[in-house]
Ligand binder design. Structure first.
Ligand code: NAD
Ligand code: DAU
Length: 350
């Protein structure tokens, strides 16, 4: 029987990781730590919440005392750390919040793990889930490999890079057993509709304009969220201590091409004439410091641990659209309250 701490398990990717581990490993105790910020939602875990191997703990990782108490309450064999402030636009509005959760929060967890495991690191693992954005921005060609030098350029990516550095520092200084993975853009069910794909699905559904930053000629590498969760599972169980693994979809799209594909899927699903949703496209002021292109070289993970993405993008995107159209209540709940203030501030006051 293993006891695993998953942080940020009520968020988008975290909820998929919690679901996978609770269902796949009935002999593990899965403890989900989450503060339940605007992005954390226990509705994401309704299908597994009453399973005997699942426990939820509402904790803010910035609160060191609360984190230490949790590590005294349970004896963790492993930590999978996903809790973070994750939206680039919000980091531009409020960098400090990102430093607190992503940097201070991560160091609080590292301290608690170090203290709790100090007598014997055997079999323990602190697995830190990070992003490809720490590597900066690419030109027209090339890929991020595990050897690419860090060059974060937004408050979000700087805070994630800083947390990665602290994880490495704890490995080097205190020999804490760690692994880091850096993943590209995820999409799929339960993603908060501030991120491109769910935001645009929701806006198309409600006939609202689609705010394309700049000329829409930025490129991202998209991965289905369940494939990311599967990669995390493989890395957690088979990854080599001290290693970094890049995770990506081998699936680059310029924003405007992706948006046109999404519009065409939505037209079909909503029985609207082809071309209807594209008329909602509105070019707006660019994101400050907008990174041009991200592209991950995930061959190490494929070669060493056998992982590869399971879905073609068109299939994953259609599945995602279906999920949002079939889960209206979820979408309604998360787009009320604080969301309306955020939306006004980000898109309507400028
Ligand atoms: P998310 O914003 O959907 O979820 C983050 C979760 O963390 C939420 O449940 C939130 O309540 C929780 N949280 C935030 N602050 C907290 C705090 N102080 N204490 C405890 N819990 C707190 O994020 P996501 O998109 O699921 O990303 C999860 C992780 O994966 C992050 O570390 C992110 O940097 C990384 N990542 C995300 C992507 C992506 O495309 N979304 C890609 C690569 C890496
Ligand atoms: O690369 C991994 C990262 O991907 C993760 O670490 C982040 O947590 C995650 O949020 C994501 O960051 P991006 O900034 O790439 O994702 P976002 O969905 O915000 O934007 C995707 C692209 O779409 C980006 O070029 C900006 C553009 N965009 C986004 C929004 C929200 C628009 O043109 N209009 C918008 O309204």
């Amino acid at each position: 029987m293993k006891t695993i701490l998953i942080t940020g398990g009520a968020g988008f990717i975290g909820s998929h990781v919690v679901r996978l581990f609770v269902n796949k490993y009935p002999d593990y105790n899965i403890i989900n730590l989450d503060k339940l910020t605007y992005a954390g939602n226990l509705e994401n875990l309704k299908d597994i919440e009453s399973k005997p191997n699942y426990v939820f703990e509402k904790i803010d990782i910035v609160d060191a005392e609360a984190v230490n108490k949790l590590f005294n309450k349970y004896t963790f064999d492993g930590v999978i750390h996903l809790a973070a402030e994750s939206h680039v636009d919000r980091s531009i509005l409020n960098p400090l919040e990102f430093i607190m959760t992503n940097v201070v929060g991560t160091v609080n967890l590292l301290n608690a793990a170090k203290e709790s495991w100090k007598d014997n690191y055997n079999g323990k693992l602190f697995y830190h889930v990070s992003t490809d954005e720490v590597y900066g921005s690419l030109g027209e060609t090339g890929f991020f490999t595990e050897e690419t030098a860090y060059d974060p350029r937004s408050p979000y990516s700087s805070s994630k890079a800083s947390s990665d550095h602290f994880v490495r520092a704890y490995e080097n200084t205190y020999h804490l057993p760690v692994i880091i993975s850096n993943c590209s853009n995820n999409y799929g069910s339960f993603q908060f509709p501030e991120k491109l794909i769910p935001l645009f699905i929701n806006n198309i559904k409600n006939n609202k304009s689609l705010p394309v930053y700049g000329k829409g000629d930025y490129t991202r590498d998209w991965l289905f969220v369940e494939d990311h969760a599967a990669a995390i599972d493989v890395i957690f169980h088979k990854g080599k201590l001290g290693e970094t693994y890049n995770i990506g979809g081998f699936n680059e799209w310029q924003n405007i091409d992706l948006i046109k594909l999404l519009c065409s899927i939505m037209d079909k699903k909503l029985n609207r004439a082809e071309g209807t949703s594209e008329q909602l496209i509105t070019y707006v002021k660019d994101r400050p410091g907008h990174d041009k292109r991200y592209a991950i070289d995930a061959t190490k993970l494929n070669r060493e641990l056998g992982w590869q993405p399971s879905l073609q993008f068109e299939e994953g995107l259609e599945k995602t659209v279906d999920w949002y159209l079939n889960n209206e209540d979820w979408l309604k709940h998360v787009t009320s309250g604080e969301y309306l203030n955020y939306y006004k501030n980000q898109y309507e006051l400028t």
